[in-house]
Design a protein around this ligand. Structure first.
Ligand code: PLP
Length: 343
């Protein structure tokens, strides 16, 4: 039983079937000049209720690094949380793809940055000073690396501060589906209507084989993207197989059904664990990922019982993530084992 990450899960059957169907359809034009890719852009326009431009890629790191590459000059400063995936987990890809832009980290609970902190940093005299990297963008992660959720209001406040100083706003939405399922908002409300300029729209963690989309709410920003994606080696010749995944992911709200299930399973796990003595749940964890601290014997015992999860963040702290296909019986088994070990 695996709660280490949502990307330990298999692919959703409907997505695999869509890839097989795309294969059975025979030859198609390469490099994104295919019907699947065109349809996905149409689906995303409907979903986000605006005239966006979107580009499929195959990894979240590529989505983030390529998105940032068009927002950042090499001398730019990009603001993000100190545990942001782009800062900690992408092996310097954002710096590489932007030609050396500087990532400047901000603190904040639940891996969220806030408008006031950003505002304060932007008043530090860097703007226009030739000696300093020039603030050009801010990146927020939705849901955050610790499972936190930004409200539409929080995003709008960050975007207001950013836009006032001519910074662009990027959202790392590797788990955007889980964020949407955990909020009462429409997709537009927590993206462009709140001021997000570019979104890395994830699908892999929520049921795709390997598919993400870089979504530009202002198509003008996308002018150079196609060249950067090609130069970076992410223009797939058989793009239709990436796009077929995204088409099936978005069709019939599969993406939302998957995310709702993942979130429900994590909430079940959270409620069960929170009722046990000696267990601390960190942050609000309203979606499908949380950090909890257990006693060391509990962590050891759960591992011995065969449960997989990451030990992360310090003594007794573990990360638990539920996926679109997490079995409720496995959640209950985990809770029963934890309960036994807590006595
Ligand atoms: C917040 C966040 N962003 C982006 C990614 C995408 O990473 P990858 O390049 O592994 O698809 C991940 C995956 O762990 C993530 O958790």
């Amino acid at each position: 039983v695996n709660f280490a990450s949502d990307n330990t899960s298999v692919a959703a059957p409907a997505i695999l079937e869509a890839v097989i169907a795309a294969n059975a359809a025979g030859p198609a034009m390469p490099y994104g000049n295919d019907d699947w890719t065109k349809r996905v852009v149409g689906q995303l326009r409907d979903l986000f209720e605006c005239d966006l431009t979107a580009f499929p890629v195959a990894t979240g790191t590529a989505a983030n690094a390529l998105a940032l590459s068009v927002l950042m000059p090499p001398y730019g400063a990009l603001f993000c949380h100190e545990v942001a995936h782009i800062q900690v987990d992408e092996c310097g890809a954002p710096e590489f793809y932007t030609g050396g832009a500087k990532l400047v980290t901000l603190p904040g609970d639940d891996a969220k940055i806030d408008a006031a902190t950003l505002d304060e940093r932007l008043r530090n005299g860097w703007i226009g000073n030739v000696h300093n990297p020039q603030p050009k963008a801010v990146s927020i992660t939705q849901i955050t690396e610790t499972g936190g959720l930004y409200s539409a209001g929080e995003i709008a406040a960050i975007a207001d501060v950013a836009h006032r100083q001519h910074l662009k706003v990027h959202m790392d939405g590797a788990r955007f589906a889980n964020a949407l399922a955990a909020s009462n908002a429409a997709p537009a409300d927590i993206t462009w209507r709140a001021g997000v300029d570019v979104l890395s729209f994830g699908a892999t963690k929520n049921g795709a084989l390997a598919a993400e989309a870089v979504v530009f709410f202002d198509p003008k920003l996308a002018q150079d993207f196609a060249f950067r994606r090609k130069r970076g080696g992410h223009l797939f010749s058989k793009m239709r197989f990436v796009s077929a995944q995204l088409e099936a992911y978005l069709a019939n709200d599969l993406w939302l059904a998957n995310a709702r299930h993942a979130n429900a399973m994590l909430q079940r796990l959270k409620q069960g664990l929170a009722s046990l003595p000696g267990v601390t749940v960190h942050g609000a964890a309203p979606a499908n990922l949380m950090y909890v601290t257990l006693s060391n014997p509990m962590v050891d015992g759960l591992e011995r019982a065969g449960f997989k999860f990451y030990r992360e963040g310090g003594e007794g702290m573990i990360r638990l993530v539920a996926a679109f296909n997490t079995d409720p019986k496995h959640v209950d088994l985990f809770l029963e084992t934890a309960r036994r070990l807590s006595r």
